[in-house]
Ligand binder design. Structure first.
Ligand code: ASP
Length: 494
């Protein structure tokens, strides 16, 4: 008998957490901070211990010159680094470590992270081709129907407005509930990338106008190939959309051939992603062990609050925002509409796949909710890829939660704006298959300089949140049909 994937992930998480917590309990609580490369060949090492005091050692060219004990509150510079990082970066640190005895948990943690990161690398590997092919196939699949300008514009406007409202709800929830600040406080994951790259964001805090203009610039990649290599998510999506739109404008064989190519690529990338996701239980095992070995059990406290934050925000969007739009814009009774769509919503919830649910969504919309075939077949297929309110909301909450955990504080507004914009695009680029949101999140984390290993923490609860956000995705697509139907002149619906 084979366990369902989400159970495998659950057991992987549990086993990893048990291993990690055990290692953590055996750990020495000593930590080392190093400031390297000071003028005159000087390096400073700060060694904390549980007594609340810190020892400072001064090295010149790697040779110990002086050592003294200080109050740790006086030491502000220097970033904590995990032991493997220390070995690579500083022989001085390695020397201190050998004198003081390295912590088993940190050393093992470094290897657990390395092995677990193989899984994350696979997610990174598929992210860009998956976005390009799934988005390309989605838009090109509209074919001639894109010529129906009015319906196209209304549909896109609906997608944009509801995704924006979903993101706003997510931002609000994560800033009010502050799930990442309720547990252990700041978690220095030992990844230099995080500390270094986030710091400038907080430090400089460029104005909102500058940030928005930078995003606008990213929409026009001066070198699309460089954008691919970087990868610059925003540029890639913008360029993909441009190619698809212009192929549709040329039409005929050109559009058809490109559509077949995109669809073929999309099928292959979806198959590859699904296979990679099957490795999630192993990935979760190693990454969870790493996180708990280096951070201890406190991580779980925050995790519960994180689930609450995502759930509350999703519930608000699905039960308040979208029903209000249904009632006042589409002039439809939300309760009855939800009842008509219930088979598709339940299917979305249990399969965690908008694409998998699409046939049922289309049939429910037409046969049970009385929407015209024209609207359903226009709004739903594109919506399954492009309009993911639940995913957008989830990305915002998840990334800001990780930032809270990592920095011990909320991201400044300017960085939150970047997260919101990238999350919107992540939801557009995400394929409608289980866990696709996770693949996209790697890119948002990179965009704001957070260490991707921290995804391990939320991986453990991703399946249940995926089910909920997929149901919201499908619910929003369905509501979109009602709205577009109401706003379209009857002639367009024939
Ligand atoms: N599973 C979601 C969907 O199919 C995508 C995601 O992972 O957020 O709609």
């Amino acid at each position: 008998m084979r366990l369902a994937l989400h159970w495998q992930i659950f057991w992987g998480m549990l086993a990893g957490a048990i291993l990690g917590v055990t290692l953590n309990l055996t750990a020495s609580s000593r930590s080392v901070r190093i400031v390297d490369g000071l003028p005159g060949g000087l390096s400073v090492a700060e060694i904390d211990d549980t007594s609340g005091r810190a020892e400072i050692r001064l090295f010149r060219d790697g040779v110990l010159e002086e050592s003294f004990v200080v109050d740790p509150a006086d030491v502000k510079d220097g970033a904590f680094r995990s032991v493997d990082e220390l070995r690579r970066q500083s022989p001085v640190a390695a020397e201190i470590y050998s004198q003081h005895g390295g912590s088993v948990a940190l050393w093992t943690g470094a290897w657990l992270k390395r092995v677990g990161s193989l899984f994350l690398r696979m997610l990174q590997m598929v992210a860009v081709p998956l976005i390009i092919t799934s988005l390309g196939a989605g838009i090109l699949g509209l074919g001639d129907r894109a010529g129906v300008g009015g319906m196209f514009t209304r549909t896109l406007a609906y997608y944009a407005i509801t995704s924006f409202l979903a993101i706003l709800t997510g931002l609000l929830a994560v800033n009010v509930i502050r799930p990442g600040l309720r547990g252990a406080g700041a978690i220095g994951m030992g990844a230099a990338a995080g500390g270094v790259a986030v710091a400038p964001l907080q430090g400089q805090s460029p104005g909102l106008g500058t940030i928005l203009f930078e995003q606008l610039e990213a929409l026009i990649p001066s070198n699309p190939v460089a954008a691919l290599a970087e990868p610059n998510f925003l540029s890639i999506i913008a360029f993909t959309i441009a190619i698809a739109i212009f192929a549709l404008r040329i039409g005929g064989d050109t559009a058809r051939r490109l559509q077949i190519a995109a669809q073929t690529g999309c099928d292959v990338m979806m198959a590859m992603t699904t296979a990679i996701i099957k490795l999630a239980p192993l990935g979760v095992f190693f990454l969870m062990a790493y996180v708990t070995a280096t951070q201890g059990v406190n991580v779980f406290k925050s995790l519960a609050w994180y689930v609450v934050a995502v759930a509350v925000a999703l519930a608000f969007h699905a039960c308040v925002t979208l029903p209000l739009i249904l009632r006042f814009v589409a002039k439809v009774n939300p309760r009855e509409f939800a009842r008509a769509m219930s088979p598709a919503l339940l299917m979305a919830f249990s399969s965690a796949s908008s694409n998998g649910t699409l046939p049922l969504t289309m049939s429910n919309v037409e046969k049970r909710a009385g929407i015209s075939k024209r609207t359903g077949s226009f709004v739903l297929p594109l919506g399954a890829t492009v309009n993911m309110d639940g995913t957008a909301l989830y990305e915002v909450v998840a990334v800001l939660f990780i930032a809270q955990l990592h920095n011990g504080a909320n991201l400044p507004l300017s960085a939150q704006v970047i997260v919101a914009i990238t999350a919107l695009l992540a939801s557009v680029g995400a394929a409608g298959i289980p866990h696709a949101g996770l693949v996209m999140m790697v890119i948002i984390l990179q965009a704001v300089g957070l260490p991707i290993e921290m995804q391990a923490i939320i991986l453990a609860v991703d399946r249940v949140l995926d089910m909920a956000r997929t149901a919201v995705n499908v619910w929003s697509d369905s509501c979109g049909c009602a709205v577009v139907e109401r706003l379209s002149p009857p002639a367009e619906l024939d």
